[in-house]
Write a protein that binds this ligand. Structure first.
Ligand SMILES: O=P(O)(O)OC[C@H]1O[C@@H](O)[C@H](O)[C@@H]1O
Length: 277
Protein backbone atom coordinates (compact mmCIF):
# COMPACT_ATOMS: atom_id res chain seq x y z
CA UNK A 1 0.00 0.00 0.00
CA UNK A 2 1.19 3.51 -0.77
CA UNK A 3 0.33 6.76 0.95
CA UNK A 4 1.53 9.22 -1.66
CA UNK A 5 1.39 12.61 0.06
CA UNK A 6 2.47 14.38 -3.13
CA UNK A 7 0.55 12.20 -5.58
CA UNK A 8 3.63 12.72 -7.76
CA UNK A 9 5.59 9.48 -7.54
CA UNK A 10 4.31 6.73 -9.78
CA UNK A 11 3.69 3.47 -7.91
CA UNK A 12 5.44 0.49 -9.49
CA UNK A 13 3.16 -2.45 -10.25
CA UNK A 14 -0.33 -2.73 -8.90
CA UNK A 15 0.01 -1.38 -5.40
CA UNK A 16 -3.06 0.28 -3.95
CA UNK A 17 -2.87 3.90 -2.91
CA UNK A 18 -4.44 5.03 0.34
CA UNK A 19 -6.89 7.91 0.07
CA UNK A 20 -6.55 10.92 2.34
CA UNK A 21 -7.49 14.55 2.68
CA UNK A 22 -5.04 17.19 3.80
CA UNK A 23 -5.39 20.89 4.42
CA UNK A 24 -3.70 23.74 6.25
CA UNK A 25 -5.45 25.15 9.32
CA UNK A 26 -5.98 28.91 9.31
CA UNK A 27 -3.04 29.28 11.73
CA UNK A 28 -0.74 27.66 9.16
CA UNK A 29 -0.45 24.13 10.60
CA UNK A 30 -0.88 21.18 8.22
CA UNK A 31 -3.48 18.47 8.90
CA UNK A 32 -4.29 15.07 7.40
CA UNK A 33 -7.18 12.63 7.55
CA UNK A 34 -6.91 9.16 6.06
CA UNK A 35 -10.32 8.67 4.57
CA UNK A 36 -10.37 5.10 3.26
CA UNK A 37 -10.49 1.75 5.04
CA UNK A 38 -7.64 -0.56 4.11
CA UNK A 39 -5.88 -3.68 5.33
CA UNK A 40 -3.85 -2.32 8.23
CA UNK A 41 -1.79 -5.53 8.43
CA UNK A 42 -0.20 -4.59 5.07
CA UNK A 43 3.11 -2.70 4.73
CA UNK A 44 2.51 0.97 3.93
CA UNK A 45 5.05 3.13 2.09
CA UNK A 46 4.64 6.85 2.71
CA UNK A 47 6.14 9.15 0.08
CA UNK A 48 6.69 12.87 0.33
CA UNK A 49 8.79 15.74 -0.99
CA UNK A 50 10.12 17.12 2.28
CA UNK A 51 11.15 20.49 0.89
CA UNK A 52 9.44 22.66 3.52
CA UNK A 53 8.60 22.61 7.23
CA UNK A 54 4.94 22.08 6.44
CA UNK A 55 5.79 19.04 4.35
CA UNK A 56 7.93 17.65 7.16
CA UNK A 57 5.02 18.26 9.52
CA UNK A 58 2.51 16.56 7.21
CA UNK A 59 4.86 13.59 6.81
CA UNK A 60 5.14 13.12 10.60
CA UNK A 61 1.38 13.52 11.06
CA UNK A 62 0.69 10.92 8.36
CA UNK A 63 2.94 8.36 10.08
CA UNK A 64 1.21 9.04 13.40
CA UNK A 65 -2.24 8.62 11.81
CA UNK A 66 -1.19 5.29 10.29
CA UNK A 67 0.18 4.03 13.63
CA UNK A 68 -3.07 4.98 15.37
CA UNK A 69 -4.97 2.99 12.73
CA UNK A 70 -2.85 -0.04 13.70
CA UNK A 71 -0.33 -0.15 10.83
CA UNK A 72 2.80 -1.90 12.09
CA UNK A 73 5.17 -1.82 9.10
CA UNK A 74 5.78 1.61 7.62
CA UNK A 75 8.39 2.45 5.00
CA UNK A 76 9.15 5.86 3.57
CA UNK A 77 10.31 7.15 0.20
CA UNK A 78 11.83 10.61 0.76
CA UNK A 79 13.64 11.21 -2.53
CA UNK A 80 14.89 14.69 -1.64
CA UNK A 81 16.26 14.61 1.89
CA UNK A 82 16.10 18.04 3.58
CA UNK A 83 19.39 19.83 4.25
CA UNK A 84 21.45 16.93 2.88
CA UNK A 85 24.03 19.55 1.83
CA UNK A 86 24.36 20.87 5.39
CA UNK A 87 26.26 17.75 6.36
CA UNK A 88 29.03 19.43 8.36
CA UNK A 89 29.48 22.54 10.43
CA UNK A 90 31.59 24.87 8.29
CA UNK A 91 31.65 27.82 10.68
CA UNK A 92 31.11 27.69 14.48
CA UNK A 93 27.57 28.85 15.27
CA UNK A 94 25.94 26.86 12.47
CA UNK A 95 23.72 23.82 13.14
CA UNK A 96 24.39 20.35 11.73
CA UNK A 97 21.08 20.65 9.89
CA UNK A 98 20.96 17.25 8.21
CA UNK A 99 21.29 15.55 11.61
CA UNK A 100 18.42 17.59 13.03
CA UNK A 101 16.13 16.33 10.24
CA UNK A 102 17.50 12.78 10.46
CA UNK A 103 16.84 12.69 14.23
CA UNK A 104 13.23 13.80 13.72
CA UNK A 105 12.67 11.17 11.04
CA UNK A 106 14.44 8.44 13.05
CA UNK A 107 12.07 9.16 15.95
CA UNK A 108 9.22 7.85 13.74
CA UNK A 109 10.73 4.30 13.90
CA UNK A 110 10.26 3.55 10.22
CA UNK A 111 11.09 0.09 8.91
CA UNK A 112 12.81 1.39 5.78
CA UNK A 113 13.69 4.87 4.50
CA UNK A 114 14.55 5.19 0.83
CA UNK A 115 16.42 8.32 -0.21
CA UNK A 116 17.25 9.15 -3.84
CA UNK A 117 20.83 10.14 -4.67
CA UNK A 118 21.70 11.92 -1.39
CA UNK A 119 24.29 14.69 -1.53
CA UNK A 120 26.86 12.73 0.50
CA UNK A 121 27.28 9.59 2.55
CA UNK A 122 26.33 11.51 5.70
CA UNK A 123 22.54 11.29 5.12
CA UNK A 124 22.34 7.47 4.89
CA UNK A 125 24.83 7.16 7.76
CA UNK A 126 22.57 9.24 10.03
CA UNK A 127 19.29 7.56 9.11
CA UNK A 128 18.15 4.27 10.65
CA UNK A 129 17.22 1.57 8.10
CA UNK A 130 18.18 3.76 5.17
CA UNK A 131 18.39 2.45 1.63
CA UNK A 132 19.91 4.65 -1.07
CA UNK A 133 18.22 4.68 -4.48
CA UNK A 134 21.08 5.48 -6.85
CA UNK A 135 20.94 7.77 -9.88
CA UNK A 136 22.22 4.99 -12.22
CA UNK A 137 18.87 4.27 -13.82
CA UNK A 138 18.08 8.00 -14.14
CA UNK A 139 21.36 8.66 -15.97
CA UNK A 140 20.85 5.63 -18.20
CA UNK A 141 17.46 7.01 -19.22
CA UNK A 142 19.01 10.45 -19.83
CA UNK A 143 21.68 9.03 -22.14
CA UNK A 144 19.02 7.10 -24.06
CA UNK A 145 17.08 10.33 -24.53
CA UNK A 146 20.18 12.24 -25.71
CA UNK A 147 20.63 9.48 -28.25
CA UNK A 148 24.33 9.97 -29.06
CA UNK A 149 27.66 9.30 -27.39
CA UNK A 150 28.53 11.52 -24.42
CA UNK A 151 31.34 11.81 -21.91
CA UNK A 152 30.34 12.13 -18.25
CA UNK A 153 31.51 15.28 -16.49
CA UNK A 154 32.03 15.27 -12.74
CA UNK A 155 31.80 18.90 -11.49
CA UNK A 156 33.85 18.42 -8.33
CA UNK A 157 35.62 16.00 -6.02
CA UNK A 158 32.40 15.37 -4.07
CA UNK A 159 30.71 13.89 -7.14
CA UNK A 160 33.67 11.79 -8.29
CA UNK A 161 33.08 8.52 -6.46
CA UNK A 162 29.46 8.43 -7.60
CA UNK A 163 30.19 9.25 -11.24
CA UNK A 164 32.68 6.39 -11.60
CA UNK A 165 30.00 4.03 -10.29
CA UNK A 166 27.54 5.42 -12.85
CA UNK A 167 30.16 4.95 -15.57
CA UNK A 168 30.74 1.35 -14.49
CA UNK A 169 26.98 0.70 -14.51
CA UNK A 170 26.80 2.06 -18.06
CA UNK A 171 29.61 -0.20 -19.23
CA UNK A 172 32.56 2.20 -18.88
CA UNK A 173 31.46 5.55 -20.31
CA UNK A 174 34.39 8.03 -20.33
CA UNK A 175 34.59 10.34 -17.28
CA UNK A 176 36.21 13.79 -17.25
CA UNK A 177 37.13 15.09 -13.81
CA UNK A 178 36.69 18.75 -12.90
CA UNK A 179 37.04 20.89 -9.80
CA UNK A 180 35.76 24.15 -8.38
CA UNK A 181 36.56 26.29 -5.36
CA UNK A 182 33.94 27.82 -3.07
CA UNK A 183 34.62 30.50 -0.45
CA UNK A 184 33.45 29.01 2.86
CA UNK A 185 32.26 32.37 4.21
CA UNK A 186 30.55 33.88 1.15
CA UNK A 187 29.66 30.68 -0.73
CA UNK A 188 31.04 32.36 -3.90
CA UNK A 189 32.37 30.04 -6.60
CA UNK A 190 35.63 30.53 -8.45
CA UNK A 191 38.37 28.67 -10.29
CA UNK A 192 36.74 25.96 -12.40
CA UNK A 193 39.18 23.39 -13.76
CA UNK A 194 38.58 20.71 -16.39
CA UNK A 195 41.23 18.00 -16.29
CA UNK A 196 41.43 17.35 -20.03
CA UNK A 197 43.57 19.08 -22.65
CA UNK A 198 41.03 19.26 -25.46
CA UNK A 199 37.54 17.81 -25.59
CA UNK A 200 37.63 17.68 -29.43
CA UNK A 201 33.96 18.47 -29.94
CA UNK A 202 32.77 15.66 -27.66
CA UNK A 203 29.23 15.99 -26.30
CA UNK A 204 29.35 16.38 -22.52
CA UNK A 205 26.84 15.36 -19.87
CA UNK A 206 27.42 17.00 -16.49
CA UNK A 207 26.09 14.73 -13.73
CA UNK A 208 25.39 16.04 -10.22
CA UNK A 209 22.95 15.62 -7.37
CA UNK A 210 21.47 19.13 -7.20
CA UNK A 211 21.14 22.26 -9.31
CA UNK A 212 20.25 25.11 -6.99
CA UNK A 213 21.30 28.57 -8.24
CA UNK A 214 23.12 27.00 -11.18
CA UNK A 215 26.45 28.83 -10.58
CA UNK A 216 28.38 25.55 -10.58
CA UNK A 217 27.08 24.55 -13.96
CA UNK A 218 27.32 27.94 -15.67
CA UNK A 219 30.98 28.27 -14.62
CA UNK A 220 31.77 24.73 -15.61
CA UNK A 221 30.02 25.04 -18.97
CA UNK A 222 32.19 28.06 -19.79
CA UNK A 223 35.33 26.07 -19.02
CA UNK A 224 34.11 23.07 -21.04
CA UNK A 225 33.46 25.34 -24.02
CA UNK A 226 37.01 26.76 -23.63
CA UNK A 227 38.20 23.16 -23.98
CA UNK A 228 36.22 22.81 -27.25
CA UNK A 229 33.35 20.68 -25.92
CA UNK A 230 30.49 19.84 -28.29
CA UNK A 231 26.89 19.96 -27.06
CA UNK A 232 26.44 20.38 -23.33
CA UNK A 233 23.79 18.55 -21.30
CA UNK A 234 23.05 18.70 -17.59
CA UNK A 235 21.53 15.90 -15.48
CA UNK A 236 20.73 16.60 -11.83
CA UNK A 237 18.73 14.28 -9.59
CA UNK A 238 17.12 17.13 -7.65
CA UNK A 239 16.04 20.25 -9.54
CA UNK A 240 15.72 23.33 -7.32
CA UNK A 241 16.65 25.86 -10.04
CA UNK A 242 16.02 28.82 -7.78
CA UNK A 243 17.25 31.27 -10.46
CA UNK A 244 15.20 29.83 -13.30
CA UNK A 245 16.60 28.61 -16.60
CA UNK A 246 17.65 31.68 -18.57
CA UNK A 247 21.23 31.60 -17.29
CA UNK A 248 21.42 27.89 -18.15
CA UNK A 249 20.76 28.49 -21.85
CA UNK A 250 24.21 27.16 -22.75
CA UNK A 251 22.80 23.66 -22.18
CA UNK A 252 21.18 21.88 -25.09
CA UNK A 253 18.88 20.13 -22.64
CA UNK A 254 18.55 19.79 -18.86
CA UNK A 255 17.33 16.57 -17.27
CA UNK A 256 16.02 16.18 -13.73
CA UNK A 257 13.41 14.28 -11.71
CA UNK A 258 10.33 15.36 -9.78
CA UNK A 259 12.03 14.71 -6.40
CA UNK A 260 11.98 18.35 -5.27
CA UNK A 261 9.17 20.03 -7.24
CA UNK A 262 7.26 19.96 -10.50
CA UNK A 263 8.94 21.74 -13.40
CA UNK A 264 7.50 22.77 -16.70
CA UNK A 265 10.00 24.34 -19.07
CA UNK A 266 10.82 23.59 -22.70
CA UNK A 267 14.52 23.27 -21.87
CA UNK A 268 13.91 20.71 -19.14
CA UNK A 269 12.95 17.07 -19.39
CA UNK A 270 11.62 15.62 -16.14
CA UNK A 271 12.00 11.88 -15.59
CA UNK A 272 9.39 10.91 -13.00
CA UNK A 273 10.44 8.78 -10.06
CA UNK A 274 8.74 5.51 -9.26
CA UNK A 275 8.07 4.05 -5.82
CA UNK A 276 8.64 0.43 -4.98
CA UNK A 277 8.14 -1.47 -1.78
O1 LIG B 1 25.80 25.86 -8.07
P1 LIG B 1 24.45 25.54 -7.50
O2 LIG B 1 23.48 25.10 -8.54
O3 LIG B 1 23.90 26.67 -6.66
O4 LIG B 1 24.64 24.38 -6.44
C1 LIG B 1 24.74 23.04 -6.82
C2 LIG B 1 26.08 22.46 -6.45
O5 LIG B 1 26.34 22.64 -5.08
C3 LIG B 1 26.55 21.37 -4.46
O6 LIG B 1 26.14 21.37 -3.15
C4 LIG B 1 25.80 20.40 -5.33
O7 LIG B 1 26.28 19.08 -5.16
C5 LIG B 1 26.13 20.97 -6.69
O8 LIG B 1 27.45 20.61 -7.04
Amino acid sequence: MILNLDTQFTPLGTQNTIEFQSFIFSGGEPHIKITANFDTTATVTVTHRINSFNNLGLFCLAIDALRRMGVKTINAFIPYFPAARQDRVMIPGEPLSVKVYADIINSLNLNKIQVFDPHSEVTPALLNNCEVVTNYDFIQQVIKKIGNEVVLISPDGGALKKIYKVSEYLGGVEVIECSKSRDVKTGKLSGFKVYSEDLQGKDCLIVDDICDGGGTFIGLAEELKNKKAGNLYLAVSHGIFNKGFESLSVFQKIFTTNSFKDIENEKVEVIKLTVEQ
